[in-house]
Every structure is written in structure tokens, then in C-alpha cells.
Design a protein around this ligand. Structure first.
Ligand code: CTP
Ligand code: MG
Length: 247
């Protein structure tokens, strides 16, 4: 039985912790400050995913991985947003790779709040995530080791070899673009992340590490738009979506 609020219909043998990966520099965005602190729709980008974690009916605790260089600023921002939720959230230093930051956040979660049952990983770079998407992700876990929010691929995907010559057209019906949130059983994620730094650096998401370790990873359709802010164009597009009430 979960003992912490908020209440939910979903029962787990322990708490649910959400990790927010916010420690990237945002090189491709090219802003003067880390991407998580860049203004998006009237507030810093990180504020959107943090609010979604607080809105969730299943998330008990939240850990934000922040750039080491901006720990104080991120802590200040999180405190200003958390209000009644301040005892449920902690900020920790990230690492030099995304999965390294997730690993650091997971260690901080265990140290601060104790071992969770379920871990939900979110990128601060996806501001349109909602509490209900996080809840749907956790609910979709079922008997799997991990579940990943994803969008069906709409383009036809070509695989190329030398000289950009197409060697294969992949079957689009079975292709998904992976996003966050991603929900994991704690022990599965902890052991998947217990790999050398070069493997953490090469991983584009943590589910890849679970797949590699032989775990069962499922996808579920995120349905609503859930884009990642990577470039200045993405930021402008997401701001239009927020402005038009799509969030
Ligand atoms: N991230 C992180 N720690 C890192 C690198 C990335 O926590 N060392 C986080 C980012 O803050 C972001 C998410 O992982 O929320 C997805 O990464 P990405 O979109 O690549 O963000 P950045 O790494 O910041 O951007 P870039 O690759 O352009 O530098
Ligand atoms: Mg990056």
C-alpha cells in the first residue's frame, strides 16, 4: 500500500517517484542559459514538467536533475513553484550525459525518500506533458519492466548505407517515436543504469539500456502532441501550441 498522498486507483507495493532530467545545456537551442531555464509560454521550460508531476495522481515524490553550474537557480525556481509540494521535491546535480543525470536523480531519490516501487522518467524538454499522461504511462506498465510514451511514426522511414543509398524501407506499422514519460520498475531501471559511463553516454533513452539487459519494454500511444524542444524552431512551435491551449 502506498502511504503518501495523493491517492489513486493504481496500487503499487511502494511509492512512485518521478525524475525530471533537466541537466542538459541545450546546445542545439543556443540560448545563454541551460534549456530548462529558458522561457517557454510565460515560464521556464522546467516549470511545465514539474507542474505535470505535481498534477499526477500517482506520483508521490519528484527529483529534478539540474546542471551543476545552475543548481542554485534551479533550486530557487523549484521552491517557487512547489509551494505545498515542497516536501515532495528535491533538486540534485545531474551528470554529463542524459542517462547519467537520470542515474544521479535515481540515487538522490533513494537517498532522500527511500527506495521507490516505480520510477517515471521525464525530460524537462517536453513541456506539453500532463499529469494525466504520466498517470496513463504508469497505468500502462502492467506486467512489463518498462513502458514508454510514444507516437506512431507518420513518415516512411528509409535505412541507408554508404553514399546515402537506401538499403531498406522499414515497415512503418511497427515503428514508434519514443518520448518521455517512461515508467520503470525500480529494480529494473537501477540495474539497467549500473553500466559504465560510455554506455550511459551512448544511450538516447534509458529504455534502451533495459532492452539491452533483456527486459520487456512496451510502448503506449501518447495521443496528445508531446514534442521535445530541441531547437529554437521547436521552442517557437511549442509556444504557439501552449498559446492556443493545446497544453
Ligand atoms: N539532460 C540531462 N543531462 C544531460 C543531458 C540532457 O538531464 N547531461 C536532459 C535535458 O535537460 C533534457 C533531456 O535530457 O530535458 C533531453 O535532452 P536534450 O533534448 O538533448 O537536451 P540538451 O542535452 O540540454 O540539449 P542539447 O543536446 O542540444 O545540448
Ligand atoms: Mg542532449
Amino acid at each position: 500500500m502506498r502511504t503518501q498522498s495523493p491517492s489513486s486507483d493504481l496500487d503499487f507495493a511502494g511509492p512512485v517517484v518521478a525524475l525530471i532530467a533537466a541537466a542538459g545545456s541545450g546546445e542545439r537551442l543556443g540560448a545563454a542559459e541551460p534549456k530548462a531555464l529558458v522561457q517557454c509560454g510565460g515560464q521556464p521550460l522546467l516549470a511545465w514538467s514539474l507542474a505535470a508531476c505535481f498534477e499526477s495522481k500517482v506520483v508521490d515524490r519528484v527529483v529534478v536533475a539540474a546542471p551543476v553550474s545552475h543548481l542554485a537557480q534551479v533550486s530557487e525556481l523549484v521552491s517557487s513553484i512547489a509551494s505545498d509540494n515542497s516536501s515532495r521535491v528535491v533538486v540534485t546535480a545531474g551528470a554529463d550525459s542524459r542517462s547519467g543525470s537520470v542515474k544521479a536523480a535515481l540515487a538522490s531519490a533513494v537517498e532522500t525518500f527511500g527506495q521507490p516501487a516505480i520510477v517515471v522518467v521525464n525530460d524537462a524538454a517536453r513541456p506539453l506533458v500532463s499529469g494525466s499522461l504520466i498517470d496513463a504511462c504508469v497505468a500502462a506498465l502492467g506486467d512489463a519492466d518498462a513502458v514508454v510514451a510514444a507516437a506512431p511514426v507518420v513518415d516512411t522511414i528509409k535505412q541507408t548505407g554508404a553514399g546515402n543509398v537506401v538499403v531498406k524501407t522499414l515497415d512503418r506499422a511497427s515503428l514508434w517515436a519514443a518520448q518521455t514519460p517512461q515508467a520503470y520498475r525500480y529494480d529494473v531501471l537501477a540495474s539497467a543504469l549500473a553500466v559504465p559511463d560510455d554506455q550511459l553516454k551512448a544511450a538516447t533513452d534509458d529504455a534502451l539500456l533495459v532492452e539491452r539487459a533483456g527486459g520487456v519494454v512496451k510502448v503506449f500511444s501518447s495521443v496528445e502532441p508531446n514534442p521535445k524542444v530541441t531547437t529554437a524552431f521547436d521552442l517557437a512551435a511549442v509556444e504557439l501550441m501552449i498559446g492556443s491551449g493545446s497544453s
